[in-house]
Design a protein around this ligand. Structure first.
Ligand SMILES: C[S@@+](CC[C@H](N)C(=O)[O-])C[C@H]1O[C@@H](n2cnc3c(N)ncnc32)[C@H](O)[C@@H]1O
Ligand code: SF4
Length: 428
């Protein structure tokens, strides 16, 4: 008999997206986006000084020559999009990695180019690594219009940072946060990881206390995920590394929730807590976005596509050929499901937002009643004026359900794209 997951997974997919079949991504280059009204930009900088084994992102060890090729190609990719986006309103630019500041002068040149090509006057958000953010770097970022930043603190304990193979100690991480808060940005987020090998509940409490006392505006707390294709996934298979069980994850999450509430923070996404009246740092608030750089994804409403992960191939294909490795067409129903997925992650599902995007003919209840009703009955979401919200108790379970899908899809897509620069096709 088939395991239950082979029945319920396609069933849930059908209810949410309207599709039974697995999504099929193919090496087709879609037309340039046309008439995108509100759009986010994403820039991927895939270089790091030290590669952490737990990290699933597309990153490569820093090399001057390769960075030069990457930088030339990024400028060319920006130029390719300039005219097709000249009527768009830009809602944000998000710079992620990798370690975006690993070559600061190169990053500043790219940033200048993006700002002038698209006349940006929106929030500009960046991910930072504690070892690559001295005061001079932070000041230049601020001077060039960066408004929000996120620091990969991960832990403030030396022994835990050593266990997970970070190349900095706790003091470096805390000092970097202090500098960021002192220089002054609209929002400073600290990324912390929990359920790490060797981490006790006291270590975790100490991490939370330390970052909150440094005056950050937002704290994002991620349990250690393992992707089978990542170095951690490989090591786990080979060496049977023991990771904390789901009880440990839940008790650390419970502590986070009560400590955040006590400290005046409010939950703003499944794993994030924000000070009231502060702007949320997030990579996923944009519905339509265009990504630049190796492995960057784009969602135009009619297509979802992803660039090749291979930095050399990315650079070699530009300017002649757009560096898109795989794409899939998106129909209206799937676009609505995509929107719902991320709004659930952000805990707020508002009718107005939905109608602004999809038109007054649609309401959440008319399109998604078969999804929303069971979750409401189970107490995982509630209804209030203007839409739905995810309840405190629902956040954990809904996220586990989302993980079943997203880790699956991401594993298949990223796994294939990491193995081959130009995969022939991928079924998600
Ligand atoms: C691109 S990294 C952050 C920026 C910078 N490269 C750094 O490491 O400080 C984004 C964040 O994802 C989180 N992260 C990375 N790998 C993870 C994993 N396997 N499980 C959970 N969180 C992870 C970490 O909190 C990390 O700070
Ligand atoms: S966690 Fe950050 S520094 Fe470590 S490999 Fe990933 S992107 Fe690079």
């Amino acid at each position: 008999m088939l395991p239950a997951k082979f029945i319920w997974k396609p069933l849930v997919q059908k209810i949410v997206t309207g599709q039974w079949n697995r999504f099929h991504m193919r090496p087709i280059v879609p037309a340039f986006p046309d008439n995108l009204k509100r759009v986010g930009l994403y820039l991927h900088v895939p270089f790091c000084k030290n590669l952490c084994s737990f990290c699933p992102y597309n990153r490569i060890e820093y090399d001057d020559t390769l960075f030069g090729q990457y930088e030339r190609a990024i400028h060319e990719e920006i130029e390719l999009y300039r005219s097709s986006l000249n009527q768009s309103e830009f809602v944000s630019l998000y710079i992620g990695g990798g370690t975006p500041t690993v070559n600061l002068s190169g990053l500043l040149r790219i940033l200048e180019h993006l700002k002038s090509a698209f006349s940006l006057s929106c929030d500009i958000c960046i991910e930072l690594h504690p070892s690559n953010m001295d005061a001079e770097c932070l000041q230049s970022l601020k001077d060039l219009g960066i408004t929000m930043l996120s620091v990969g603190v991960e832990s403030t304990s030396d022994h835990i940072l050593k266990n997970i193979g970070r190349n900095h100690d706790g003091k470096t991480a805390v000092d970097s946060l202090r500098r960021a808060v002192r220089i002054g940005f609209d929002s400073v987020n600290a990324d912390l990881m929990f359920a790490l090998p060797g981490q006790t509940i006291q270590d975790w409490e100490n991490d939370l206390r330390t970052v909150v006392s440094e005056g950050v505006d937002q704290v994002s707390t991620y349990p250690l995920f393992s992707f089978p294709y990542s170095d951690l996934g490989q090591a786990q298979r080979i060496r049977q590394i023991k990771r904390p069980d789901s009880r440990a994850v839940r008790s650390m999450l419970g502590l986070t929730q009560s400590y955040a509430n006590q400290s005046g923070f409010k939950r703003c996404a499944v794993w994030s807590w924000l000070k009231p009246a502060k702007k949320k740092f997030s990579s996923i608030t944009r519905h339509h976005y265009i990504g630049f750089g190796p492995s960057a994804a784009s969602m135009t409403g009619t297509n979802f596509y992803v660039n090749t992960f291979d930095v050399r191939e990315y650079a070699a294909s530009l300017p002649k050929k757009r560096p898109i490795a795989l794409s899939m067409p998106i129909d209206r129903r799937l676009e609505m499901a995509y929107w719902l997925y991320w709004r659930v992650y952000e805990l707020k599902i508002l009718d107005n937002d939905f109608q602004d995007l999809f038109g007054k003919a649609f309401t959440l209840d008319s399109v998604f009643s078969n999804v929303l009703k069971p979750f409401k009955l189970a107490g995982m979401i509630g209804k209030k004026n203007g839409g739905y919200y995810v309840t405190e108790s629902g956040a954990y379970w809904i996220h586990r359900l989302q993980n079943e899908y997203s880790l699956n899809y991401i594993n298949r897509l990223w796994g294939s794209c990491r193995r081959k620069a130009w995969p022939s096709e991928v079924f998600l």
